[in-house]
Design a protein around this ligand. Structure first.
Ligand code: HEM
Length: 126
């Protein structure tokens, strides 16, 4: 139960921080100082999603935890390699990266909801 609540809030808070820092990167003329902080917050999102995925496995949630584990690895890999993807228009990379982050946050929400059950009663262990 603690892992689920902590993981859920960590994904939520780190996700919003990462998103806001990402928007600053987008609009800032010199995002050099913001980029590493954003990357660190994004890695916290990925690790928190992993914690939630394992809580989901333990609670017997189908499919979503597997997707979340894959996503938790793809998100930082994509973030760290996107600068070298010069064969695709950069704006497409930016939109795909933003979408990948939002999906990670959404996966965290969905797993938390599935574990909590229809009435939010936390019926299963975590
Ligand atoms: C919740 C997760 C995340 C969200 C919502 C998010 C969102 C964003 C947004 C909106 C931008 C600005 C647009 C862009 O340049 O793509 C950005 C930039 C960036 N993000 Fe993320 N991001 C997330 C996770 C990560 C992670 C895990 C990493 C790497 C460890 C990462 C690395 C980067 C880098 C390097 C940039 C700068 C790209 C550039 O300067 O062109 N992001 N992110």
């Amino acid at each position: 139960m603690t892992a689920i609540k902590t993981g859920g809030w960590a994904v939520r808070i780190a996700g919003i921080v990462t998103l806001v820092l990402g928007v600053f990167i987008w609009v800032s003329p010199d995002p050099t100082a913001i980029r590493p902080v954003h990357m660190l917050a994004g890695i916290v999102v990925a690790i928190s999603l992993l914690v939630l995925a394992f809580a989901g496995f333990r609670a017997g949630v189908p499919v979503l935890p597997i997707v979340a584990v894959v996503w938790a690895f793809l998100l930082p890999v994509f973030g760290m390699t996107q600068a070298s993807m010069t064969f695709v228009p950069h704006v497409l990379i930016q939109v795909a990266h933003l979408a990948a982050g939002v999906v990670a946050i959404g996966l965290g929400e969905m797993i938390s909801m599935k574990i909590a059950g229809p009435k939010g009663t936390m019926a299963t262990a975590g």
